[in-house]
Ligand binder design. Structure first.
Ligand code: MN
Length: 243
C-alpha cells in the first residue's frame, strides 16, 4: 500500500525515523504545509463542493458514478486548468471570462476545453437534486409550455438532442433572451459562446452513465429528466436571462 505523506513530504516511515533521530513534533509547525495540500491550494480555480452527498442521486445515478465523475473527471479538468493558467493573464479572470476569451483562440484549445468542462460539470451537478424531475411547476413550467407547446414536447426534444449527440457532449435547455430552446454541444462546448444562456444540462459523455447504464444512454437521460432535474435551479437561471 502506498505510504501516506503526512507532513512536509515525509512518509510515515521517514517521519518515524526522523522522530526517533531526535526531531520532535515541534518541527511540524503550521508553516510546514503538507506538499499535496499546498499543490491543491494553489488554484486559482477551486472545485465547488457537490450540492448533495455522493449517494443522494441513487439509484438513478450511483454513488460510484458520482465518485468517479466528480472526484476524478471534474477534479481532473480543474487540476489541468490550474496548471495551464498559472502565471498567465487567465489567472485573475472569472471562469466564464476564461471560457469566452479562450473560445475564439484556436491555440488556446486546452485552456478552453478544461475551463468549459469545469464550468459544465458544476452546472450539471447544480441542475440535479434527489426527488426532482418531471413536469416543472410555476414560472419555469409556463415558460417550457410556451416554448415547446407542452412539457411532453420538451422532454421529447431534449431526449432527441441527448441521443443525437454523436460521441461525447452535452444536451442543454437554454434561453436566447426571448424563448427557450434545446441544443446539444460536442465535447466541452458550451452554448454561452453562441450567445445563449444555459438553464439546464445533462452530461452525455459515456463516463456520466456507463457504470450504471452501460450503452443505454436513453435510459440514463430519461431517468435524469423524470427523477433528477432541479427545476428551482433552472428557474433561477431563467430569472437571470433578462437580456
Ligand atoms: Mn462528465
Amino acid at each position: 500500500m502506498e505510504e501516506r505523506v503526512i507532513a512536509s513530504g515525509l512518509t510515515r516511515r521517514e517521519f518515524m525515523r526522523a522522530s526517533l533521530a531526535g526531531c520532535t513534533l515541534l518541527a511540524l509547525t503550521p508553516a510546514v504545509i503538507p506538499a499535496a495540500a499546498s499543490d491543491r491550494a494553489k488554484g486559482p480555480f477551486e472545485l465547488p463542493p457537490l450540492p448533495y452527498a455522493q449517494d443522494a442521486l441513487a439509484p438513478v445515478i450511483s454513488a460510484g458514478t458520482i465518485g468517479f465523475h466528480y472526484g476524478k473527471h471534474h477534479r481532473g479538468y480543474l487540476d489541468n486548468l490550474n496548471g495551464l493558467v498559472r502565471g498567465t493573464p487567465y489567472e485573475t479572470m472569472s471562469l466564464e471570462a476564461v471560457i469566452r476569451a479562450s473560445a475564439s483562440r484556436p491555440g488556446e484549445a486546452a485552456v478552453f476545453n478544461n475551463a468549459a468542462q469545469v464550468w459544465n460539470h458544476t452546472f450539471y451537478w447544480d441542475g440535479m437534486r434527489p426527488g426532482g424531475g418531471g413536469k416543472p411547476p410555476g414560472e419555469i413550467g409556463r415558460a417550457v409550455e410556451k416554448a415547446f407547446g407542452s412539457y411532453g414536447n420538451f422532454r421529447k426534444e431534449f431526449l432527441a438532442a441527448a441521443l443525437g449527440q454523436f460521441g461525447s457532449g452535452w444536451a442543454w435547455l437554454v434561453s436566447d433572451g426571448r424563448s427557450l430552446k434545446v441544443v446539444r454541444t460536442p465535447n466541452a462546448e458550451n452554448p454561452m459562446t453562441q450567445g445563449l444562456r444555459p438553464l439546464l444540462t445533462v452530461d452525455v459523455w459515456e463516463h456520466a452513465y456507463y457504470l450504471d447504464y452501460q450503452n443505454r444512454r436513453k435510459d440514463f437521460v430519461e431517468a435524469s429528466l423524470d427523477r433528477l432535474v432541479n427545476w428551482a435551479f433552472v428557474e433561477r437561471n431563467l430569472g437571470k436571462a433578462g437580456g
